[in-house]
Design a protein around this ligand. Sequence first.
Ligand code: CA
Length: 370
Amino acid sequence: MTSEKQIGRRGFLTAGALAAAGTAAGCCPEDRAVGPNVHTAERVRWRLASSFPSSLDTIYGAAEVLSERVAAMSGGAFEIRVFESGEIVKGLDVMDPVQTGAVEVGQTASYYYKGKNPALSFDTCVPFGMNARQQAAWLMEDGGLELVHELFADFNIITFPCGNTGAQMGGWFRDPIGSLADLNGLKMRIPGMGGDVMNALGVTVQNIAGGEIYQALERGVIDATEWVGPYDDEKLGFHQVARNYYYPGWWEPGPSLSFFVNRDAWDALPVTYQHIFRAASQEAAAAMTGRYDAKNPPALKRLLDDGVTLRKFPDDVMAAAQEASRSLMSDEAAINPSYRKVYDIWEQKRKAAFQWFGTAELAYAQFAFQ
Ligand code: CA
């Protein structure tokens, strides 16, 4: 704790000097007239509504990292107060209040809002899509985020990737899935396009926010649920109700979460703070992904020690799911021009990424990970 405080103080002093220098360099001419000696950094106070419960230091933790780093880098002048799911906004309703400006920032998954435009799913992930590294490369370095921003311009929102869970697990099932036929009539919590695919395979699909899933599973409202992976899932307690833990989560091979920012609030932000926000969001993203990769291995071991049964989805489920995914995507592309635009480019990038990752990365993993 002491060292954190010391770092915080150093960060405050350094950031204060930087903010003054940035202002003197021309971001606010009216302030420059009075000189840096009497300059006070502009105070900005934002609220962030998260889709996630505060118990999950992985995914929700990224919002806390954003808040802490933005405050530290701005010398305390730029504050982002973080609210967990349900505190000021319901977990799956984060987009609307960001769009209207009722809150300035949201932390959520774009695919929760596929009802507004199914193309928003590409910002998070689609079934049988890219893994975490491929998704980050596409978004950050290969034009993906520009396409996503075009989609979100319709909603007065700009997005920033805030971390990736890595390939997810397939979730918790009360009873084993012997074959494709066992999915028929099953009630499962699964969001995004994965839910559409499961629906095509006969599953009755529900989307429930993270903090409310356990109750639904325990009460028998659902027979199965997925969330993320061993660490989060253990915290949410699903293994206490359902004991069959399936893999892989073919619908979420590398989902990227997002900070949504109201466009007017963003445009009104001093340029220095925009740089701070971008840098802090990347720190948050690195923290989220790193935490998952560090915390999942021991959590998986604990679950196995507890007697949970690890099961792989049957081949006929995987094959049918892949076929249904491809057909749903091409159907949507045929009727939705904005979807088609992203899909055509994304599909090209996916194929190239799979070819490359299918060489050295795959050969190494197959040999060494077993
Ligand atoms: Ca999931």
